[in-house]
Design a protein around this ligand. Structure first.
Ligand code: PMP
Length: 367
């Protein structure tokens, strides 16, 4: 098979070394006589896999003990409901920042449980930028402030962590909640400004089927009346994510990815590589009249890079020729069209080089 590079937004590319190891361990994990898929989640083998994954995640992101780590199912989308169900406490309002389609989904879901106060919105410019803190306003009665540090579809990323004490109506004791589905582990992570972080695994962590939640333990009080047991964070904290059968195979693959990250030098090294990969592509796009990226420069995502061709009638030809050269899944999200190159941690620098050189050739012919 020729070399291929997979630019899917998720489920997305995994490190080749991880796939090779998973293949080698598929039939018999460490002499246990079983595949990981066949193990009881309560057996010592799987318990050791899950415990190591948690330890490695704590180590990589320096997560203190008073933050609990949960390995759940239901995707990041289930967190859109679990967050208000568990964190409203006695309050009736929550604040949400709207920077694009994933923010909007979290807002729509929260509205089922509370009044949503819009902290700030980038709708006025078709969600192509991050509103600066001077444009934010928090309702002092809100239970928390939720935002999406990386909008996977729009390609808009916060390059800073909001300091709520600097916001009109804000206070240090309002928990900050983040949907980090598409940029977790792509740069150093300090969890301490956050009350809760969640991330679907299928971009930078592992396969689909797993969502990782990192929650400060003092926030784990009573959920709304009627909250299903499975939607109660405390259930999963008390049972160490083993209240029911957890997504065992995705947890195992996550463990391999975390080991890979450690071997690569951890999150500081990852950030350096991610900066140079994204710079390579953005610099090329900006220097060309044929390709365009709609996102404001300071707010461009290092993970998801949307771009358009000068003439949308060439889109299909672009995708066809890219695929023939092993450059896969570059089609933009169905709602926005154009192209999107998702270049998560596991995308090698060579993959972005190959993409840029293909784009150059394509422009020569059709530009
Ligand atoms: N939030 C963001 C930022 C996402 O990119 C996605 C999925 N692409 C989701 C939430 C929803 O995740 P899931 O499909 O795992 O529910």
């Amino acid at each position: 098979m020729n070399t291929t590079y997979n630019f899917s937004a998720g489920p997305a590319v995994l490190p080749k070394e991880v796939l090779v190891q998973a293949r080698d361990e598929m039939l018999d994990w460490h002499g246990s006589g079983m595949s990981v898929m066949e193990m009881s989640h309560r057996g010592e083998e799987f318990m050791s896999i899950a415990a190591k994954a948690e330890r490695d995640l704590r180590e990589l992101a320096n997560i203190p003990d008073h933050y609990k780590i949960l390995f759940l199912q239901g995707g990041a989308s289930s967190q859109f409901a679990m967050v208000p169900m568990n964190l409203l406490h006695e309050k009736k309002k929550a604040d949400y920042v709207n920077t694009g389609q994933w923010s909007q989904k979290s807002i729509d879901e929260a509205k089922k449980y509370c009044t949503v106060h819009l902290t700030a919105s980038a709708e006025d410019a078709h969600f192509t930028y991050v509103p600066t803190l001077d444009k934010w306003e928090i309702d002092p009665d809100s239970a928390y402030v939720h935002y999406t540090p990386n909008e996977t579809i729009g390609g808009v990323e916060f390059n800073w962590i909001p300091d709520l004490t600097q916001v009109k109506g804000g206070r240090a004791d309002i928990p900050l909640i983040a949907d980090m589905s598409s940029n977790i582990l792509s740069r150093p992570l300090d969890v301490t400004p956050f009350g809760l972080i969640y991330a679907g695994a299928q971009k930078n962590i592992g396969p689909a089927g797993l969502v990782v939640v990192i929650v400060r333990e003092d926030l784990l009080s009573r959920p709304l009346n009627g909250t299903p047991t499975m939607y109660h964070y405390k259930t999963h904290v008390e049972h160490h994510s083993m209240y029911n059968t957890p997504p065992t195979y995705p947890i195992y693959i996550m463990g391999l990815v975390l080991e890979w990250l450690k071997q690569k030098g951890g999150l500081i090294a990852m950030e350096t590589i991610n900066i140079s990969k994204s710079k390579l592509l953005y610099d090329f796009i900006d220097a060309s009249d044929f390709y365009q990226c709609p996102v404001a420069r300071p707010d461009r995502s290092r993970m998801n890079i949307p771009f358009t061709l000068k003439d949308a009638a060439l889109d299909n030809e672009f995708l066809k020729q890219a695929k023939a050269q092993g450059l896969l899944q570059l089609k933009g999200h169905r709602s926005v069209g154009g192209m999107r190159a998702s270049i998560y941690n596991a995308m090698p620098y060579e993959g972005v080089m190959a993409l840029v050189s293909f784009m150059k050739e394509f422009e020569k012919i059709y530009g």
